[in-house]
Design a protein around this ligand. Sequence first.
Ligand code: HEC
Length: 450
Amino acid sequence: MIQININRLLLTLWLATTSFIAFAESPAWNNAVNKPPTNWQGPTFKLSDQYPTEMPAACTDVTCPWLNIDLFSESKGVDFSDSSIPDWSKEPKYKDYITSILDYIKQGQTRDLNNDQGLIVDVDGQTRWFHIPWMAYAKETGREFVHGLTNERTAHLSDFYGVGGPSDGEGRGFETWAVGMYNDIGAYTIGQSFDKNGQPILETVNGITSTKGMPFKEGTVVVKFLFSSVTPTDVEYLKGSPKWQANRHKETSDNYDKCSRTIQDVHLVQVDVAVVDSRSPTRWVYGTYAYINNGGTTVWDNLQPVGLQWGMDPWTFPAVPKSESITARQSVLNKSIEKYEHFGCEDRLAGPVDNKLSSCLSCHAGAFANVDDTNPQMGVTIPPIFGFDGLCNQYSQENVNYFQTTQFPQAYSGGNYPNLLNLDTSLQMQIAVQQHAMFAANMPRECEDK
Ligand code: HEC
């Protein structure tokens, strides 16, 4: 009897150790591209990857108050009368919706979002926020060790001041570094999607193959904090914006050395939010905040809502010819912001450091991947999320596809990318699946020799 129990114990221990080793060894779970130097005393990013293995409790009126706001009554986008055009200045519900999401996000965070504490993942004794695996694998753009930021689109002063404002000569521009987090309901899907080695787990439901756990369930909240190398000296309304350290690309006299990193400052410029809301024609509502100092006492008070988007406005140019175009009604924009703010294509929503010819959901609708694609090429093997010649400028098939309102499990519009995994608008999941493919095929990584 005793003997059997000991054997069982040994077996359990052996299994626990082997699974632990496998878990720890896969680069899927790396915190950052580089380890901090041994004398590093500053904050250090830790990947939050203990995803819930059971579906967390569903949303209630108290935990997801936005789901009680009737956002879509006029404007779901199927009514073409002008009375269906949402107006931020007339209807408080738009601001209420995005404010209730930000209220949820700021629970348990510091008032000043200081560098030392960064973003806190535990709220009320429970892990609220989780990160996507594999984002520390790409050496050029992958997570840095201070706050887990990844490198994104380079912005210019024209993004902050408009055309005709101060110019940075469109020289090297300002790098964007950002970190995204999913709440527990979103993290449940992430946890289902990968095994302990970080290999995507696929599942076919009703003939549609995706990673297991897809789509994200209602109650999912995603937030992304975007920082820029721009300073409050360059852009005065960033005064008081959180200043974080980041192990980011070395600046050279006229550009960035993308294979060398060093600790430099960045400032918060934009906060993106996204929630699953089954009433939406895309099943998602995306929204964004700009940091614009208006004398608020906390950082959160200086975040000004820019707008919300729940569809791609397929009846608005360039998804239709100009002569047939109607005013966008699947985005609602806060046009009362006193500082310059660029929006997206034809009054669809985009954020301060986003491409103004695109829009949140048009880009995110391209979140598709192939588990075996070791050389993902936009416009060839995966949808052209970052655009193409003529983006937003002319009525064309590419623009028609780019600005279609779709939802999981529909394929990417236009039929050009059949048989890809639909990752339900998550571009971080796309990166994870792609990085895994490159790792599994032992592909050389960029900057490998540095
Ligand atoms: C031109 C493309 C593009 C546009 C426009 C864009 N994003 Fe993203 N977004 C990305 C990419 C690429 C990622 C993944 C990279 C990362 O997070 O580091 C991402 C990540 C995110 C994430 C983290 C979760 C996820 O889906 O990967 C959120 C939330 C998000 N974006 C919200 C927004 C919002 C809100 C807007 C509009 C205000 C917006 N995005 C506009 C490309 C875009």
